[in-house]
Design a binder for this molecule. Sequence first.
Ligand SMILES: [Zn+2]
Length: 187
Amino acid sequence: MSREDHVRAILRTIGEDPDREGLLRTPERVARALEFLTKGYQEDPATILKSALFSEEYSEMIVLKDLDFFTLCEHHLLPFFGTAAVAYIPRGRVIGLSKIPRIVEMYARRLQVQERLTQQIAEFLQERLEPQGVGVVIEATHLCAVMRGVRKPGTIMTTSSVLGLFRTRDRTRAEFFAHLERRSPEA
Ligand SMILES: [Zn+2]
């Protein structure tokens, strides 16, 4: 069966007629959309990091926040989306600023649960960058919960992953969370 045939089968299962005019191109569109939304599986993290690590003696916290992401929950294949904040304290090496959103995106373009997405971003940076510590906080709205009435619209779930100094030193963790409470300057 082609991937379009699988989508047609789903349409029939829910009582639709895949041959009616409005749905004729839907199987192809759904197949292409799914391919796009899960292309993170094909991405090679090594390529993202290539020529993006720089020697630098800076050893204060670096924080990026309000990184938008969209992903699919692996339980319902429905979107969950929100923002990620990523922080680290370098140990002789920093990463190009534009690469962190790409790393978030690489893990978001897979089937996910929010806890794992948070952890994967933190662990990736800890392993590749070997900083003194990493902190990741993700806030997201899950359409599978909102649309099915499990949670009220607007309910946001928060997850965090802290490694290294962010885990062992209260002061570092507090500094990170203080950054998150501060509002971003208006663009
Ligand atoms: Zn779900």
